[in-house]
Design a protein around this ligand. Structure first.
Ligand code: ATP
Ligand code: MG
Length: 425
């Protein structure tokens, strides 16, 4: 097919007939975030590349291989955001949001762009719902953020999701752990994949995240970060677990969760579905106490999560869950000629201003095909506007489900009458 009519690999069209699913998920996610005191934030789709590629420390696939990066016309390097957190942190620093009362609690919906190998649940452009909270260092914040994600999942009715948590400590306790890890992996050096070899020096913890079969096998007996946590990190993690227990949120501790981005500290977590195959992580997040400083702000605690909306909807579909359906057409006005069509247009305008979903013919269709179309729209009511109706300022409202008709006046009382009828439908 001509490339003009082909969407780029790894992208999706969200069509009108399925938008109700997105609306449902977005509405419930936003409502849940708001009862937790979060406010929406919207940041640009692209940022200067430096925001994501901070210094030379980036060891993740996302930053090293997956970014959509290009020069703009002035030769500045621009990157389409691969994730939401960095943009929110940049915006908060730039707009002085950390100077207001803390914690700063934000949520957002964003498109993310990653040059990955497309497969089910893995796209090059995808949508995330995210929450980021700043200035809250206590374990209550970790539990609150996890609970928020958990509530979104529950309110959507999604079942069969497991929550896995871990602590990856702070830079201090991680230093010891890195030594132990390097030591351990030294014996397998000749068997490791190239990527792991490269990471062994810079960020050995990322070896635990390698998906290659050979490297994965070595994970089992690798030293566990939880054995290396300093007292503060251990206390923090215990505090998080105690609060999840108090909230009756079920979890398992999985010491192999290290997350795909470098900036996490302490708590990390993933919500995993068992229903959509290997791309089962529907939500992932954690604490990132060093990030604000790394981006150029004053040291500020931070934490959050991102939920993959395509994946959540895949799980919901696989479980045949209900969404809020799109509202249908309330009233179709069928007309015959210019005079009646213009009258219908004015009437539609009036009723639309009163909140009704009204349609009339804009295709120049015959009366018969207008009625066919009204059926196709699944309109609740239909009204024929002929010259007699205009003259008498009254018409018949026909309920499409059973053909029952009532006479109505076309004057100002029509909206009220329609309202009453719609309520009894
Ligand atoms: P994965 O291990 O599946 O690659 P990740 O660690 O790269 O995930 P994050 O960067 O934490 O994922 O993004 C948060 C969430 O966004 C994921 O849990 C997932 O639901 C979703 N997500 C990530 N990458 C993609 C993608 N390429 N296509 C669709 N959804 C994605
Ligand atoms: Mg990934």
């Amino acid at each position: 097919m001509d490339i003009i009519c082909k969407r780029p690999r790894g992208t999706e069209d969200k069509l009108p007939k399925e938008i109700y699913k997105w609306r449902t998920v977005e509405k419930i996610a936003a409502q849940t975030a708001e009862v937790y005191g979060c406010k929406e934030i919207r940041t640009p789709t692209f940022e200067y590349t430096e925001l994501f590629q901070r210094g030379v420390g980036s060891t993740t696939d996302v930053v090293q291989k997956e970014m959509y990066t290009f020069d703009d016309k002035k030769g500045r390097s621009i990157t389409l955001k691969p994730e939401g957190t960095a943009g929110v942190v940049r915006a908060a620093i730039e707009n002085g949001l950390f100077n207001d009362a803390l914690p700063l609690k934000t949520y957002y919906f964003t498109r993310c762009f990653r040059y990955e190998t497309p497969q089910s649940g893995r796209l090059r452009e995808f949508n995330q719902f995210g929450v980021e909270v700043f200035g809250a260092a206590s374990p209550s914040a970790d539990a609150e953020v996890i609970s928020l994600a958990n509530d979104v999942i529950n309110r959507l009715g999604v079942k069969n999701i497991s929550l896995e948590i871990n602590s990856i400590g702070c830079p201090a306790c991680r230093a010891e752990y890195y030594k132990a890890l390097k030591n351990y992996y030294e014996q397998y050096k000749d068997k490791l994949c190239d990527t792991c070899l490269e990471r062994l020096d810079r960020n050995p913890m990322r070896l635990l995240d390698c998906k290659s079969e050979i490297c994965s096998a070595f994970k089992e007996n690798a030293p566990r970060i939880l054995d290396y946590l300093c007292d503060d990190c251990k206390t923090h993690f215990d505090g998080v677990k105690a609060r999840l227990d108090a909230l009756d949120i079920k979890y398992t501790v999985n010491p192999l969760i290290v997350r795909g981005l470098d900036y996490y500290t302490n708590t990390v977590f993933e919500f995993i579905s068992n229903d959509i195959g290997s791309q089962g992580a529907v939500c992932a997040g954690g604490r990132y106490n060093g990030l604000v400083e790394e981006i150029g702000g004053a040291p500020t605690a931070g934490l959050g999560f991102a939920m993959g909306l395509e994946r959540i909807i895949m799980v919901m579909d696989s479980q045949s869950l209900d969404y809020e359906q799109d509202a249908k057409c309330d009233l179709y006005l069928a007309t015959f000629d210019d005079e009646t069509n213009i009258y219908a247009m004015k009437l539609a305008q009036r009723l639309r201003n009163d909140g009704f979903r009204v349609e009339f013919d804009t295709c120049g269709r015959s009366f018969k095909s207008q009625m066919k179309y009204a059926n196709k729209l699944d309109a609740a009511y239909c009204m024929v506007i002929g010259s007699d109706e205009i003259a008498s300022r009254s018409a018949k409202l026909k309920r499409m489900s059973d053909g029952e008709e009532v006479s109505v006046s076309l004057d100002d009382t029509l909206s009220e009458k329609l309202n009453m009828l719609m309520m009894n439908i």
